[in-house]
Each structure stands twice: as C-alpha cells, then as structure tokens.
Design a protein around this ligand. Sequence first.
Ligand code: C5P
Length: 397
Amino acid sequence: MLTDKRILLIIAGGIAAFKSLDLIRRLRERGALVTPVLTRSAEEFVTPLSVSSLAGEKVYRDLFDLTDEAEMGHIQLSRSADLIVVAPATADLMAKMANGLANDLASTLLLATDTPVLIAPAMNVRMWEHPATQRNLTTLQGDGIGVVGPNEGDMACGEYGPGRMSEPLEIVSEIESAMRVGALSGQRVLVTSGPTHEPIDPVRYIANRSSGAQGSAIAEALVEQGAEVIFVTGPADAARPNGVHLVEVETAQEMMQAVQGTLPVDAAVFSAAVADWRVASASESKIKKTKDGLPVLSFAENPDILATVSQMKSGRPKLVIGFAAETDDVIENATSKRLRKGCDWIVANDVSPETGIMGGSENAVTLISDDGAESWPRMGKAEVACQLAERIAKALQ
Ligand code: C5P
C-alpha cells in the first residue's frame, strides 16, 4: 500500500502518456496522493482535464504561472513529495535531466528537488539505443536516479525493440519498492566491486576474472533495504545496480581515491577484486616488439583499500566487510586475513575454477566474524546479497 504517500507525477510528451492515466488510477487505488505535472508537449497526448479528474488534484503546467506560484512555489512543489516519478520520460527530458537544464516547469522541478526520482523511459527504439541517450541514462543512474523499463515490444511507430514504457503495474511495483522504508534507511553504505585494470602501456593492462556480479547484487540488496549506496566499481562486466551513486574507476589507486572521497559512511563492503600490484612505471607509449629481447615488467604494491579503511583512527565506518577469494585452505586463510586487515567481517569463498563461482551466478560463502566461521549453503549471488544485507541491517541497528 502507498497510503498517504505523496507522488509528484511528471508526464512528458510521448504516446505512452495515455498509460499514465491508468498509472494515476492504480496509485490512487493504493492510497497515494498524486500531484500531476504536464509538460507542454504532454498536453498534445493527454488533456489537463482528464489528468486532474483522475488525480483529484490540480495539474501544474507552467513555470511562470503566478497563480501556481502563489499557491505553491516550484521549489516547494519539487520537495513536497516523497517520490518524483517521470512517466513517460522522453529522450528530451532525460537529456535535460542529465545536463541539468531547467527551462520549463518539469525540468526545473527535477533540478531543484532533493526527493528521490524514478523515471520510466519511453521512446522510439533507435532513440533509446542512440549513444547520446545511453550516455544520459548512465549519467542519470550515476546520479542515483531509479529507472524502470523500457520494455521490448511493438511500438506505436511500427518498429520493434526496447522503448515501450513499462506497464502501469510494473511502475507501481517499482514505486512501492522505492518507497519501502527499509531497515537500512538513513544509512550510507559504500560498496566496491569488479576488477581493477593496471596499465602496462596505453593499450595493455593486467586484470583479473572478477565479473562484479556479486558486488552489483550486494549494492542492489542494500538499496532494497533502503540504504543510500555509493557503488565504486572497476571495469566490470556485470550490469550496474539501479538506484546507487555510481563511481567508475579503472585502477586500484583510482579506487582508493574514490573510496576516500565517499567517507564517512556507516558501513563499507569491499567486494572488489583489487589488483595487489601495478606496473611500477607504465609506459606512456605502446611497448614495441624488438630483437633485443623481451620486455621486463617490474611491479609496485597497490594501496590496500580494505586495510586502510579498517585501520582508520577516526571516522572508521561502524562495520567494515572484506572478501577473501581463495583457492586453498579457504577458512584458515580468510580467518587470518580478517585479523591482518583489521576488518569486522570477511566473506570467504572458494574461487577454484572447478567451483564455477568466479563469473558464475552462484556462490558458496563462509561469513567470518568475531563469532567464528559460518558456512552458508551454495545459493544464487542475489540470495547471498540479500542475506548479507539483512545481516548488515541487524549489525547497524
Ligand atoms: O588481500 P586480498 O586481496 O586477498 O584481500 C581481499 C579483500 O581485500 C577484498 O575485500 C578486497 O576488496 C580488499 N582489497 C582492497 N585493496 C587491495 C587488495 C584487496 O581493498 N589492494
């Protein structure tokens, strides 16, 4: 239920705007209070009268409407809701949001707000797949904006592919999970994820096989529990989680810097597979094959991010969690790693190739804490993430 939850619904100008009428109905059935905002072009698709009749509230349309300003200024309007939903979010409005433009009521509200925002994109498939839209999407996700859809299917323009706005009930379910006041609401949690790439020269690098799947799943589970999540990731294959503040890095040194920039946090989960060493002096230009013999690489040690944060004298997160990917004597090695690094918990797993864990969808972990070692049964990475997020919520209570 969404009883008495205030939703500011921005309807932008796309054919999918007709589905927003049903969305309003569905939200009101669940007890939500919907304040609608229409862009100029949205009025070509739905009428202000039908929107306000369904919402049972006044429709806001114009930035310079003095009657509106007298009733509720646009800054106040942008902050009076529990959640702002943009449905449909057109390519144009996404571009404005990604670039911080504020030249009409909808874009001004979105720039002025400090309320969480969820967008339901809808557009022609080519527009959706265009690099500019995809760039804007990445920017918006990095800004912590939630995204639902688009779905794949037949489009009003006769083409087929991703671009259809999610169905009203799918949007409602995203709204319900965005509104969930989880056990971790009000807590700031840092998650590192993915591998790091350590350059040898401008075209070559040293990497590892981490996919980032477990880190992404953990970040998503923490968001589900209501945490504000800062997700610092190396160049991972896994899809980036929804609803996080995204920081993309390449090397261990960049990851260290990014982590320091996010502090203070309440808890930190270091699931990244950080390279222990980097090439001491990476070449500025591509190393050439010569007859004089093979190149020799010398290494320098990377900063140990987990140990640095665990051993902070002041401002240390209340809970610091490290990972131990081992191939032999998993529990023994992970137990001594916990003490050596100074973290509170270690999530240990066996990454021997025969386990299929590295890059796979399942994980079998042992949680090592002051209370000893607790082995969990093999399960999906999303399930491991949910259980870990629940443990974190309990520990931070
Ligand atoms: O020492 P090892 O790499 O096995 O430790 C693994 C744990 O330490 C992981 O939690 C990883 O994210 C973290 N780590 C780190 N910085 C490093 C190396 C590892 O944060 N340079």
